[in-house]
Write a protein that binds this ligand. Sequence first.
Ligand code: ADP
Ligand code: MG
Length: 260
Amino acid sequence: MCKVIAICNQKGGVSKTTTTVNLGVGLVREGKKVLVIDADPQGNLSQSLGIMNPDELDVALPDIMEQIIMDKDVDVTEGIVQHEEGLDLMPCNINLSGVDVSLVNAMSREFVLKTYVESVRESYDYILIDCMPSLGMITVNSLTAADSVLIPVQAAYLPVKGLEQLITTICRVKKHLNPSIRFEGILISMLNARTNYANDIMELINEYYRDSIPIFESKIPFSVKASETSAAGVSIFSLDKKHPVAKAYEELTKEVIAHE
Ligand code: ADP
Ligand code: MG
C-alpha cells in the first residue's frame, strides 16, 4: 500500500523542501520505495537533489500535467530522475506557473496531479509532494492527490498563528474534493535550543487546534548544516548521519512509518 503525503505550508522558508528530502531519504533508509514530487515552480526540491538547472529539463512535472490536461496518456516512467541516495524524483521548473494558468479552463482542474499520482502509485511505498508556498490551484491539486498532509512550522510565534488559513483550505479540500485526506501532523522545525520555544509553541498549537491535529514528537533543531545539504545536492544523512538534524529526521521517519 502506498501512502501519499503532501508537505504543505503557504509560508515560505519553513523547511518544506528540506523535510521532503530528508524524510524521503529517511524512508529509503528504512527500505521503502519513495518518489518525491516537486510541485513548486521554483524547483527548489529538484535543485536540492542535484538538478542545477531544472528550467533546462526536457520533461518535468509541468509537461506531465499539460499532457493530462490535454487528455493524453502518460508514460509512467517519463521524466522521473533517480537520485544517488535511492529516491525517485519528479522534478519541476518555472513552467508550472503556466500550468497554473491553463488549469483555469481545464476540466476536473483540481484532479490533474491526482491523475498522475494514481498512475505511478503502485510502484512506491511513499510519495511525498513538496508543495509551493501558496494556497492556489497547484497546492489544491497537491492536497487533492494526497492521503495526508504534513505541516512543517518554524518554531516561532507568528508562523504558528498563520496556520488558520492553511487549515481552512485543507478542510475545504476535504469537504469538496478529497474526503479521506487526514492530518499526518505538524512538524516543529528550525528549533533553536538556546531559546527553546518548543513548549510555548506546542501549547499555542494545542490552544488553537485542540486535539484536531497531531504534533510530531520529533522536532528538527536549527542548524546551519541543514542548509548546507541543499547546496551539496544530498540529504543530511549523506553529509553526516550522526548529526542532530539527521537523528531528528530519522525519528520523524519512524513516526511516519508508525502511522501507516
Ligand atoms: P521551504 O521549502 O518551506 O521554503 P526550505 O526547506 O527551502 O523551506 O528551507 C528554507 C531555508 O532554511 C533553506 O535555506 C534551508 O536550507 C534552511 N533550513 C531548512 N531546515 C533548516 C534547519 N533545520 N536549520 C537551519 N536551516 C534550515
Ligand atoms: Mg520549498
